[in-house]
Each structure stands twice: as structure tokens, then as C-alpha cells.
Design a protein around this ligand. Structure first.
Ligand code: AMP
Ligand code: MG
Length: 416
């Protein structure tokens, strides 16, 4: 069953996604506090100051292979036989290469002064203290030159980078032992709804398990947030006001699930308005049309819909970039770039709202990437999210035929 039959209803007040996101990001101030953390604890943090290399990398010319360092002027033709004048393992400090000789050398060892190529051992034959070189090397062969990768003074990582394995490796390679990062964003959350009970307890009449709390916590954990949970809040104006005040007083952001519609049992709207200011946006997307954004006593507030899939999708599309920006992440990293793949489905009816459909990206029998859609469009079905590996973006006002290209946002990008 579909969760909404409004595809044919025109709602002039619906905001395009881009407009809603721009409004949200305009309010996203990066936290001002920075902290110095050891490199080993910096994974997932956001760099607040660039990393500038104090060294050349490599620091000195070194060998890319196990072999023999030579001066090409000493090799008139191949084969040529030279005396071995020194042995240079990694970590050694070599002597200049004696004229008319070769140096035995290993990967990562410094190339001796006066050598201009390394001949790989596979084309050499060593007998005692002599080596016969069977192929003439090109100038500079198998030498990694000082500063080839990074120069002294070069900015290797820019502020606003979300640090991952590759960034930490690079920082370590230029000797940075500690990094200046933004402090973690503290997010207070609660779930609204009298029907909710936490998993682990038996279900009473009319009750459902509070799944959003766990989805939301995991999403926030992936972004490196510090989380304060106020649990389940009952559907009354007073309880909602109390929870919002308590949340706002101790966090940089308040997030809630449910209660953002305008029914009698939806108390978030009046409660946020009583305590601060609220914009309730109807966004021209599906799932996830209503999204609440406001401020409570100066603290930003994002209220996501209660339907579990709507919460997940609105988090990925709106809350995620907002949180990343507040954590200091640079604009280029706030939203992932979709990939294009062939649609393995027809989309015969042009919709008013852009659809973020739960989808699977697979390879077809020819090895071409193709996108298929989940069987149901209901925003209550959590099975769809574990079946999917991303969201297909189906543009508003357009149909699509099987075989045409469709944009796809992989969960691997949205959930990192
Ligand atoms: P609401 O946005 O409060 O009108 O809720 C919309 C739908 O989502 C209803 O079917 C709720 O029962 C369900 N829902 C609300 N909050 C949660 C939650 N925390 N976990 C699971 N389902 C929820
Ligand atoms: Mg509710």
C-alpha cells in the first residue's frame, strides 16, 4: 500500500529540495572550539587547521626496487660487469658511489650520491663481489626523488577535511603527530509518540517499538556526534516543551522524530513556537515531505517525520549536511555526488515530488551497473532499507523507461 496518494495534488507551498537545503545550511555555523588530538584518535574527526608539511616526501632520493645503483656513464653496453662497492639496506646512510662500481641496494634505501639509476635485480647476475648487468637502465630508473610527492611548506590536508584512513596516513607520512580538529557536535534527541515502547519489553495493546531512536543514534554516531538521548516523550504540549527545553539547554542541536505534522496529537510545532521559532517545511520530495527546522532558546532544532523511512531519508538529505557543516566540514564534502546507472524498471507516471526511492545497485549479466527499485513505496517499511544499498533519484515531472540512466546515491556515501 502507498503511504500517500497525493502525487496528483498540487501544493504550491512545497519547497524544492535545493531551496530547503540552502536555507538549512545558511543557519549551520561551525562550532568555534578546536582541540588538539593525537593522530591515532583523529579518525572521523574534522580538521580545523590545515596540515602543512615540514619535510620533503620522500625526504631523500630512494630506491623503488631491490637491485643495483649505478652511474649510467659506467655502463657502455649490456651486458657490463661492475664491482660491488657497498651494500645499502633501508635505513642506511650510503657513501657516494665509487666510479666504475655498482652498489647493492634495497627498496626504500637512499640512493648514493653519484648514482643516477637503479637496475632491478631480475636483470642482473651477482657472482661474489661482482654484478653483471644485462639491460641498460633509463636515466633515473627506479629512483623516487626527494620531494617528488610532497614539498616542504606544501599544504597536504586542508581545513574542513573529514579525516579517514588515507588522510591520517598522509599526515603521519609528513611527521604530524597531532592534529587540530573541531570539537564534536553534541546532539540531544527524543522520540515523540504515546504508542512507542523500547525494544526488549513486551508490546502492549496499540504499542509499537521505538525504532527511530536507534536509527537516529546510529546515524549520529557515524557522523562522530556526542549524543544525549531523552528517550520517549509523551504526546502532550507540556511534556514536549519540557523535553525541548532540557534538550536545548545541553546540546548544540536538538533532533526529534515524529509529531511534526499538524494533527491534534502533534505537539512539536506549537511547543517549538512557544519556546522559540519554527519553520515547518513541506518539501517536494518523497518520502519525507514534512521537515521542521527552528531554534529553541538559540539552539537549532530539526524535527524529522515519525515514519521510519521518512526519518532515514530526511536525515540523509538534510540533517547530515547540516551536522557536517556545523562540525566544520568544507562545502564540497557535505553532499555526495550521485552516480549514474541504467534503470532496470519503468517509471511511467510523472510525479509532483522528487522521489528518493529505495533501490539496489547491481551488475547485470554483462557487468553493467543497473538500478532496481524496492517493491513497496510505503515509508513505514524498514525492510526496504536493509534490502536497498542506496537511493535512486527519480526527478519530479518526469517519466523514465527501462534502460535509461538514473541517478543513484549509495548508502556507502550517505551513511559515512
Ligand atoms: P508521526 O510523525 O508522529 O505522525 O508518526 C508517523 C508514523 O510513524 C506513525 O505510524 C508512528 O507510529 C510512526 N512512528 C513515530 N515515531 C516512531 C518511532 N520512534 N519509531 C517507529 N515508528 C514511529
Ligand atoms: Mg506521533
Amino acid at each position: 500500500m502507498s503511504d500517500c496518494g497525493c502525487s496528483s495534488v498540487t501544493e504550491p507551498s512545497m519547497k524544492p529540495l535545493e531551496e530547503a537545503l540552502a536555507l538549512l545550511l545558511a543557519h549551520a555555523q561551525a562550532v568555534s572550539e578546536h582541540e588538539l588530538v593525537p593522530l591515532a584518535e583523529a579518525n572521523g574527526r574534522v580538521l580545523a587547521e590545515p596540515v602543512v608539511s615540514k619535510i620533503n616526501m620522500p625526504p631523500w632520493d630512494n630506491s623503488a626496487m631491490d637491485g643495483y645503483a649505478v652511474n649510467r656513464a659506467d655502463l657502455k653496453s649490456a651486458p657490463s660487469t661492475l664491482a660491488i662497492s657497498q651494500r645499502i639496506p633501508a635505513g642506511a646512510a650510503p657513501q657516494p658511489l665509487a666510479a666504475g662500481t655498482a652498489a647493492r641496494i634495497f627498496t626504500g634505501a637512499p640512493v648514493p650520491p653519484d648514482a643516477d639509476a637503479v637496475v632491478i635485480q631480475e636483470v642482473c647476475v651477482q657472482e661474489g663481489e661482482q654484478v653483471t648487468i644485462n639491460e641498460l637502465p633509463e636515466p633515473g630508473a627506479n629512483i623516487r626523488y626527494a620531494g617528488e610527492d610532497t614539498r616542504i611548506g606544501q599544504e597536504v590536508l586542508q581545513a574542513g577535511t573529514r579525516l579517514g584512513a588515507q588522510h591520517l596516513g598522509l599526515a603521519a607520512s609528513v611527521g604530524a603527530g597531532e592534529l587540530v580538529v573541531y570539537r564534536r557536535l553534541k546532539v540531544a534527541l527524543f522520540s515523540s509518540g504515546d504508542e512507542l515502547i523500547n525494544p526488549g519489553k513486551p508490546l502492549g495493546p496499540g504499542q509499537i517499538y521505538n525504532s527511530n531512536e536507534y536509527t537516529l543514534q546510529a546515524l549520529l554516531q557515524s557522523l562522530g556526534c556526542e549524543i544525549v538521548s531523552l528517550g520517549i516523550v509523551e504526546d502532550t504540549f507540556e511534556a514536549t516543551c519540557d523535553a525541548l527545553s532540557a534538550a536545548a539547554a545541553q546540546a548544540d542541536l536538538v533532533m526529534t522524530s515524529g509529531g511534526v505534522s499538524v494533527g491534534e496529537e502533534d505537539h512539536l510545532k506549537p511547543a517549538v513556537e512557544a519556546l522559540g521559532s519554527l519553520d515547518l517545511w513541506k518539501i517536494a520530495i518523497r518520502p519525507g515531505k514534512p521537515l521542521a527546522f527552528g531554534h529553541i532558546e538559540g539552539t537549532p532544532f530539526i524535527g524529522t517525520p515519525g515514519n521510519p523511512v521518512s526519518l532515514f531519508v530526511t536525515f540523509c538529505l538534510f540533517a547530515r549536511p547540516f551536522i557536517l557543516k556545523r562540525q566544520g566540514v568544507r562545502d564540497a564534502e557535505l553532499t555526495p555526488t550521485p552516480i549514474l546507472a541504467r534503470a532496470d524498471f519503468d517509471w511511467p507516471k510523472a510525479e509532483k515530488r522528487r522521489e528518493f526511492a529505495r533501490a539496489q545497485l547491481n551488475l547485470d549479466a554483462q557487468g553493467q551497473a543497473q538500478v532496481s527499485l524496492y517493491s513497496s513505496r510505503s515509508s513505514g517499511v524498514l525492510n526496504s532499507l536493509t534490502w536497498a544499498n542506496g537511493l535512486a533519484i527519480l526527478p519530479e515531472q518526469q517519466t523514465l523507461a527501462r534502460g535509461e540512466m538514473v541517478k543513484f546515491l549509495p548508502f556507502s556515501e550517505l551513511l559515512k
